[in-house]
Design a protein around this ligand. Structure first.
Ligand code: ADP
Ligand code: MG
Length: 624
């Protein structure tokens, strides 16, 4: 017989990079390689179970699905085998020689910039199969795809250094057998107790049984011992599951190293029948802001695994939620296409949104510190809610957190309910301001009248805020009001300082006329204001027009924005205004007014069209 030909392949460059990292990083938690391999084996068995629903012959008369682990101390090898779906040649090249996951490049880049957090990130990313090279000099895989002939087996071998070999072999049983040739310093992984310990830590609740080969000293025989519970955790009764088990299962499910913040496990019967187990993580996954972020729940139908990352059940603004859904109402042969156009999906989504919002609601009431952690980590994602989910807008609004003048810290920790409970007697609206930064918001001249009257204002400075406020119209009967827009409600609260026309001198009235004439249609209007205390003037948006922040959002998104015309408000009580009012030299007067307008523009928008002109004008006036 001819010896089969060995073919040599190069790893894709990203894989090389990743392997290099795996082999040389000082990752302390090396035992996770076993979790990864067992999880792959369990996935392979899940896939077989699923595909054999329509193709029972894939079982090849062996339906006793299991994972087996054995060691050979003499050869220092650890062998993990499964009778799952297996791989053909093309599969091994695609799955083990390249990284299909999009965003891997980004991941690798993020490793470059976060050198000290590298180990954490490696765990978070769930490097999967490649983690076997953390503990091995050499890995060889014998595998055969279910339903193919015994002579279509594949031997895949690599030392993780840049290339791998593929050889055709005969493999009688379907599935995959992975042999790790352990590094000298990793021999602890040959110890039965060590392996049992890792399996019970990470793989107790996978649905597949894991067996370990043991030696019976007395009878001098080998026997297989089951070393995990092999019962799907979510099927068990809530009361029989410990917190630790929930946490371990979370780690198994997500490959996240951190404990979850909180979770909710529900068996639902009645019109809909399903089990859901939803977790709120502590930390955002590294790719949560990527467009192709793979979020979504692990989907089971009647206990059979169907797919990962089914994003059909949760909206984008809840994409941080991890967990699983086991439905009795979906068809077993469900595909992504079916999911997308399915009534049941829609109903499930509704219930899961309710469930998720109620987890957050409970956390916000009963675990305030945890909720604050959640908000600091995921608030920005959650703020997409009002725009995305109108149906639940009241609940979402209730869960939002803000900072405000009176809060006096940039931490967003005030709810709208708290804001309302602190409202002034005569205050009708919820006041807010949007700006580019917390400091810009906090020091905006628009706040002066509010500070004077001790009325609180929400300070919004996240990029998404202006967008979100577009969708928040009212909360508990109170309307939202941007204070950089003109609005009459403020006069009610500011009774005492209301400007009475007869208080204003003739000089001032003439002054206003002159300013109006000078600025012409550069502004929408010029008027006196009582909103200011320390600042001579501000720009205000017309109630019907776009605000400055909205215009910025539009132009950042590459859309054309009509030129904004502002209302120029002048504080007649300000000493500078009082002085300018008496300047008789027309040129000098004009220069001053233009300088004031530029100042107000700068303070409102954070930039100037012609900064140089502004500076030279100011210097000229300073010299006088
Ligand atoms: P992931 O499990 O996240 O997809 P891995 O690196 O762990 O990433 O595995 C890569 C791929 O290799 C898997 O998606 C699967 O297609 C294939 N694979 C790994 N182990 C097995 C196995 N025991 N049986 C069948 N396919 C496997
Ligand atoms: Mg994997």
């Amino acid at each position: 017989m001819q010896t089969p030909k060995k073919e040599i392949y190069n790893f894709q460059s990203e894989v090389k990079q990743l392997l290099h990292l795996m082999i040389h990083s000082l990752y302390s938690n090396k035992e996770i390689f076993l979790r990864e391999l067992v999880s792959n084996a369990s996935d392979a068995i899940d896939k077989l179970r699923f595909e054999s629903i329509s193709l029972p012959e894939l079982y090849e008369n062996d339906s006793d699905l299991k994972i087996q682990i054995s060691v050979n101390k003499a050869q220092k090898t650890l062998i993990i085998s499964d009778n799952g779906i297996g791989m053909n040649k093309k599969d091994t090249i695609e799955n083990l020689g390249t990284i299909a996951k999009s965003g891997t490049k980004l991941f690798l880049q993020s490793l470059e910039t976060k050198k000290n957090k590298k180990n954490e990130l490696i765990g978070e990313f769930g490097v999967g199969f490649y983690s076997s090279f953390m503990v091995s000099n050499q890995v060889s895989i014998r595998t055969r795809l279910a339903g193919t002939k015994p002579n279509e087996g594949i031997l895949w071998e690599s030392s993780g250094e840049g290339e791998y070999n593929i050889t055709n072999i005969i493999k009688k049983t379907r599935g995959t057998e992975i042999t790790l040739f352990l590094k000298k310093e990793e021999e602890e992984f040959l110890e039965t107790w060590r392996i049992k310990n890792i399996i019970s830590k990470y793989s107790d609740h996978i649905t597949v049984p894991v067996y370990m080969q043991n030696y019976d000293e007395k009878n001098k025989t080998y026997f297989w011992e089951k070393i995990n519970k092999a019962k799907a955790l979510w099927i068990s009764n809530k009361s029989s599951i410990t917190d630790q088990e929930y946490k371990d299962f979370y780690k198994h499910l997500t490959h996240d190293q951190n404990d979850p913040l909180i979770w909710s496990h529900n068996h639902v019967e009645g019109k809909q029948e399903y089990i859901s187990l939803l977790y709120v993580p502590q930390k955002a996954s590294w790719d949560i802001w990527n467009r192709d972020h793979k979020h979504g729940l692990k989907l089971y139908v009647k206990r059979v695994y169907v797919m990962d990352n089914s994003h059909e059940f949760l909206p984008n603004y809840l994409r941080f939620i991890r967990g699983l859904l086991d439905s009795n109402d979906l068809p077993l042969n469900v595909s992504r296409e079916i999911l997308q156009n399915n009534n049941t999906t829609g109903q499930l989504k509704k219930s899961l949104i309710k469930r998720s919002l109620s987890i957050l609601d409970k956390m916000s009431k009963n675990h305030i510190e945890k909720y604050q952690k959640f908000w600091n980590e995921f608030g920005l994602v959650f703020k997409e809610g009002p725009a995305e989910d109108h149906e639940n807008i009241d609940k979402i609004a209730d869960l939002l957190r803000f900072t405000s003048i009176q809060n006096n810290t940039s931490e967003q920790n005030i709810s709208l309910k708290t804001y309302i409970s602190n409202m002034h007697d005569k205050q009708e609206k919820i006041y807010y301001i949007t700006a580019d930064s917390y400091l810009a918001a906090k020091n905006s001249p628009h706040l002066e009248i509010f500070k004077k009257n001790k009325i609180d204002v929400l300070l919004l400075s996240d990029r998404i805020d202006e967008w979100m406020m577009n969708y928040l119209i009212e909360f508990q009967g109170k309307k939202f009001q941007s204070i950089s827009k003109e609005d009459a409600s403020i006069n009610k609260i500011n009774q005492e300082t209301k400007i009475k026309n007869n208080d204003i001198s003739t000089e001032m009235i003439n002054f206003l006329k002159k300013v109006k004439k000078l600025l012409g249609n550069r502004v929408k209007d010029v008027r006196f204001t009582n909103r200011l205390t320390d600042t001579p003037c501000v720009l205000l948006s017309d109630a019907k027009e776009m605000t400055t922040q909205m215009a910025k959002l539009f132009s950042a998104a590459g859309q054309s924005v009509p030129e904004l015309k502002y209302i120029f408000e002048i504080n007649p009580e300000h000493i500078l205004i009082k002085k300018i009012c008496f300047i008789t030299n027309e040129d000098e007067f004009n220069e001053w007014i233009k300088l004031l307008l530029d100042q107000a523009f700068f303070s409102e928008t954070g930039h100037l069209d012609n900064p140089h002109k502004f500076i030279s004008r100011m210097n000229k006036l300073l010299l006088k």
